[in-house]
Every structure is written in structure tokens, then in C-alpha cells.
Design a protein around this ligand. Structure first.
Ligand SMILES: Cc1ncc(COP(=O)(O)O)c(C=O)c1O
Length: 420
């Protein structure tokens, strides 16, 4: 039975050890095929109960006492949970705070300030925009040079390609572990080794990795990392992000925003900034407690499922997309814009089509399939392993091929919406 027989997808669902996980999420319309887990993860049921607990009991009843009853430890506790189960980081190196953009700024600035004699920041010309903009701003602010390198989109930044662009002038190498466009998965350990030999620090963006692919920050020798929690970690729109600082760097790195949550004896209210010796020195101000609590819930749910099982399912789901693309969509003018080898791919697949924007809009308005679109012509399909069934992928691909074969997208307004 080939992949284009729906019964093959049904069998994969029957054999799926994670099939039951889906019930732990709010899915009120099973006919709506949601393939945008790489942008905004679904709502876990337990998060509703936790939010109620935080708001009604901890805030409503316990009021200020809740800071000493658990809120103060929450950013570090949620960070350690992420570190242990999803990021390969021993305790005391991950904290939940601020947004990915702000954390990137803090850590990149700290790395630059620790390497005053090196002028260059190296990144990927096609890295996620916020990463490029933050680095551009930092380069301007601190008189450094930002080198944006053209890596091959399907290969991503390989160790060999990085070796050619990183040298003793490089202070910082900042890359995404999984490319937001193609899903290319970088070899973190090999790239960290190249950077270390050149004496440059590495800063990884893990937005498309955390909760989808195993990350081994400690073992890879990564120096710094940041990532968001609203995609595969299911913590909700705008939930606080995380940051990782390798233990051996913590005492010597200084971040640029000297807030009281980074202070050694915070409640001594003393004169002069004296940062805590540990990862809390990378915090700034009062965390949004309900948001951090949602990060903890999302991380706990995936920790129970196990990142290896999530990864195995992510590979099987994206393999099904690739196989059906080859059979059904390639003849309709689509191209695969993601790596073919699943070991080199994260948990989403990008399909290129000259009319990609109208097709993605038609999928939403006419076929009840939710993908997203990234310029110039990419439809991204991100089947979150925790919540997506194999039949969802099969049905979405079936709706997609019919829609394009029938030319339904040709009637869609090509004006781009604010969020694509
Ligand atoms: C790779 C990557 N970095 C950063 C961000 C966003 O950062 P922030 O949460 O600060 O908006 C995203 C959002 O999609 C992303 O995909």
C-alpha cells in the first residue's frame, strides 16, 4: 500500500505511540486541518486549568504572597524543565524571560562586549528577520561589522561553509538551528567545533527546534541560545521566550540591560548594579507570571511525551508530505523547497509554487486547511507531532491537489494580508 492510499495514513495513526496526546489539546473542529504548528502551537487543556489556578488562586487569593510561594522561582524552574527534557542543558543554564528578540539582543551584546578585539558578527543572509535586524542594530551601536553570508537554502549553514567565513576576526556566529524557510537542520556540534577553533562564540536561534527536534546544547558545546515558546512548545501567542548561557560563561558575560531581576541581592535594594553570578543575571525585570506558567505547562506536556518520540513522528509526518508532494503536487507545478533527507530537516516542509500566496489563502478560505506563506513563493506545512494525525496530513495534501487542479486559487485576491 503506497502513501497515496489513505489507508496507509490510517495505519500509521493506529500504530502511533503518541496518538493519545492529541486528546490533551483543545481541538474543537477536527475538520479544520491545522498545519501551522511551526507558527503557533495548539492550546493544551492543562494550560487552561493552570491559567485559572495562577489567576484565580495565586493572584486573586494569595496576592503578593505568591511571589514567595513559587513565582520568584518560576523562570528558572521552567528553564530547567526545558533544559533537561528538550534542550540538552544541565540545570542552571536556561531561564524563561522576555521575547526571543530581546534575549537575542542581550546575549549577542554580552558576547560582543566579551570579545572587544574582534570586529565581525557572522550570520545567515536569510536568517529570520528579527535576528538580522537585532544584529544590524548591535553592529551599528557597537561599531562592529555584520557579515551576512549566503548559505545554500536547502543545505543550511554546514560546518564546511561556516569554516570559510569564520576566523580570528569573528566575535560572534549567530545562526538558526532549523531554517524558518526550508526547515534545513544545522549540525550544531560540528559548527560549534568550527567556531570554537576560530575563537568565536556561537548564539543559536532555536525557535523552530525546541519541542520538535532533540537539541543537545551542552554536548554540542554551544555557547549561547535563545528560542520562543509559542510554536512547538504550545505556550501561547507572545508567551515568554527562553535563553541559554553555558555555565562556564555565566560569570564573565554581562548583558546590557541592568535590571533588578539580574541583581545579586535583589531585595537588598542596594546601590550599584552587581549581577548575580548565575543565569539569573540575564533576566531584566518582573516576568509575566501567567505566561511563564504556560511555558512550564507546555514543556511538561512534551517532556512526558518524550522528544525522541516526537522527533520520530515529526519525521514520519514530513516524509508523508514529501511523498505526496512527489506523487500529486510536482506534476501541478510545485517544487520541494526543503531538504529531502529527513535527518537534515526540522519538522516543517516548504513547497514552492509561483502562485504560492493565493494557494495558501485558498487553502484557508476554501479548503479548511491552515498552512502559512513565506515570500517569495513558499507554502509552509508544519504538522506539530503532538497534535497532528497522519490522516490530517493526507487529507490536507488531497485538498491541496484538488484545489490547485481545479484552479480554485485563481479567484483569490492576491493582495497580501498583514500576517501571511
Ligand atoms: C527563527 C525565529 N526567530 C525569532 C522569531 C520571533 O521572535 P519574537 O518572539 O521575538 O517575535 C521567530 C518567529 O516566528 C522565528 O521563527
Amino acid at each position: 500500500m503506497g502513501p497515496n492510499d489513505r489507508r496507509a495514513a490510517e495505519r500509521l495513526d493506529r500504530d502511533d505511540p503518541l496518538a493519545g496526546l492529541r486528546e490533551q489539546f483543545v481541538i474543537d473542529d477536527p475538520e479544520l486541518l491545522y498545519l501551522d504548528g511551526n507558527s503557533l502551537g495548539r492550546l493544551p487543556r492543562r494550560s487552561i486549568a493552570r491559567l485559572r489556578e495562577v489567576v484565580e488562586r495565586e493572584w486573586g487569593e494569595r496576592l503578593i504572597r505568591s511571589w514567595n510561594e513559587g513565582w520568584m522561582d518560576l523562570p528558572a524552574r521552567a528553564g530547567d524543565l526545558l533544559g533537561e527534557h528538550l534542550l540538552g542543558a544541565a540545570p542552571g543554564q536556561v531561564a524563561v524571560s522576555d521575547s526571543t528578540s530581546v534575549n537575542l539582543y542581550k546575549l549577542a551584546a554580552a558576547a560582543l562586549d566579551a570579545n572587544p578585539g574582534r570586529e565581525a558578527i557572522v550570520s545567515d543572509r536569510h536568517n529570520f528577520p528579527t535576528d538580522r535586524y537585532v544584529l544590524e542594530g548591535l553592529a551599528a551601536e557597537r561599531g562592529r561589522r555584520l557579515e551576512l553570508v549566503e548559505f545554500d537554502e536547502l543545505e543550511g549553514p554546514t560546518a564546511a561553509a561556516v569554516e570559510r567565513v569564520v576566523d580570528r576576526r569573528t566575535a560572534l556566529l549567530c545562526l538558526s538551528h532549523v531554517d524558518y524557510r526550508s526547515g534545513a537542520l544545522a549540525d550544531m556540534a560540528a559548527i560549534d567545533a568550527v567556531a570554537r577553533r576560530a575563537g568565536a562564540m556561537t548564539l543559536w536561534d532555536l525557535c523552530h527546534s525546541a519541542g520538535a527536534v532533540p537539541v543537545e546544547l551542552d554536548a554540542a558545546g554551544a555557547d549561547l541560545a535563545v528560542g520562543c515558546t509559542y510554536k512547538y512548545l504550545n505556550a501561547g501567542p507572545g508567551a515568554p521566550a527562553f535563553l541559554y548561557v553555558r555555565r562556564e560563561h555565566q560569570a564573565r558575560l554581562r548583558q546590557p540591560i541592568w535590571g533588578w531581576f539580574g541583581q545579586r541581592e535583589q531585595f537588598a535594594m542596594g546601590q550599584g548594579y552587581d549581577p548575580a553570578p548565575e543565569v539569573s543575571r540575564f533576566l531584566v525585570g518582573t516576568p509575566f507570571v501567567p505566561g511563564v506558567a504556560l511555558v512550564e505547562e507546555g514543556a511538561a506536556l512534551l517532556a512526558e511525551a518524550g522528544i525522541e518520540r516526537l522527533r520520530a513522528k515529526g519525521i514520519a509526518l514530513t516524509e508523508l508530505i514529501v511523498a505526496l508532494h512527489d506523487d500529486w503536487l510536482a506534476p501541478l507545478g510545485f517544487g520541494l523547497a526543503s531538504p529531502r533527507d529527513p535527518a537534515l530537516r526540522g519538522s516543517h516542509v516548504a513547497l514552492a509554487h509561483p502562485d504560492g500566496y493565493r494557494i495558501s489563502q485558498a487553502l484557508i478560505s476554501h479548503a479548511r486547511v491552515i498552512p502559512d506563506f513565506r515570500p517569495p513563493d513558499r507554502i509552509r506545512l508544519g504538522p506539530a507531532p503532538a497534535t497532528t494525525r497522519f490522516v490530517d496530513v493526507w487529507d490536507a495534501m488531497d485538498r491541496l491537489r484538488r484545489l490547485v487542479a481545479d484552479g480554485v486559487h485563481l479567484s483569490v485576491d492576491p493582495t497580501r494580508a498583514k500576517v501571511t
